[in-house]
Ligand binder design. Structure first.
Ligand code: Z5A
Length: 243
């Protein structure tokens, strides 16, 4: 799609418990939207490719141990480093000309060039499908007992999704799926708390889908859910605010 100030890409977020099917469905949604001719990228959080992401990965695989607040802020930092002020030099195969045209590139007083990466992609008509986002951060940390308002605070100012697709699965059912138990949070009792903390954030803007259905049925429902959101998206890009 052509880049214009009126039309932009959509920010689509998939959320849900571990093994709810987010990764499978994100890939299917990507193929579907690309097949319709929409420029689309699939991102996921944590993004383990950055230095912050590597600290998170070590924590999740029990190779390092961090205070609950510290790891919460690292997860949030991992989102912020893809939101604003990313050094262009970090990105290989970067289309500098395209981004210079979009007014999202600027030079800092220390000589580094930075970019509002996520915003620029959207303004260039690229739809972003994001596998886990702020709501995971708030759900997993508040499930540990941290105050939910404290958990939300570092998320304020990140870009707000156009739609949140919540794959709803009982923790017991998710635990029956392959590979469960390998990482730090994959324990049934904890996942029950996480499910409650997701419920505390869920509002009428979320599309809740029964994740126990066959994969193809869920895929179709997700396609129907996003269709309105990816066609001629004209509403301004908003920030997550205090709620
Ligand atoms: N975390 C956090 O604490 N704070 C944060 O801010 C963020 C995350 C962003 C790593 O996430 C951890 O980080 C995560 C939350 C925490 N907690 N843990 N553990 P991750 O994204 O790297 O890991 P994950 O969420 O556990 O991903 P996953 O295990 O890959 O689950 P999934 O993506 O939702 O499911 P899947 O890979 O698509 O499917 C899992 C299996 O189920 C697979 O064998 C599929 O073939 C099968 N499957 C999928 N759908 C179906 C259906 N419908 N029926 C039957 N079988 C199915």
């Amino acid at each position: 799609r052509a880049s214009s100030s009126e039309s932009r890409g959509a920010l689509i977020v998939l959320e849900g418990l571990d093994r709810s099917g987010k990764t499978s469905q994100s890939s299917r949604l990507l193929s579907y939207l690309e097949g319709l001719g929409h420029s689309t990228e699939l991102w996921r959080f944590p993004d383990r490719s950055t230095s912050v992401g590597q600290m998170i990965s070590a924590y999740l695989s029990n190779k390092s141990h961090l205070d609950d607040r510290t790891i919460h802020l690292l997860f949030s930092a991992n989102r912020w480093e893809k939101r604003v002020t990313v050094e262009v030099s970090l990105y290989k195969n970067f289309d500098y000309q395209k981004f210079q045209d979009s007014n999202e590139l600027f030079s800092r007083s220390d000589g580094f060039t930075q970019i509002s990466l996520m915003e620029t992609q959207l303004k260039n008509g690229i739809t972003l499908i994001i596998d886990r986002y702020s709501y995971s951060g708030v759900a997993f940390s508040s499930a540990k007992g941290l105050d939910i308002e404290w958990c939300k605070a570092p998320e304020v100012g990140l870009l707000a999704p156009d739609i949140v697709l919540y794959l709803d699965i009982p923790p017991e059912k998710a635990a029956e799926r392959g590979g469960y138990g390998g990482e730090r949070y994959e324990q049934l009792e904890f996942q029950r708390k996480v499910a409650k903390c997701y419920q505390a954030q869920c509002d009428s803007s979320w599309k809740v889908i029964d994740a126990c259905q066959p994969i193809e049925d869920i895929e179709k429902q997700l396609q129907d859910a996003v269709l309105d959101h990816v066609t001629d998206v004209c509403q301004p890009i908003e920030d997550i605010d205090k709620q």
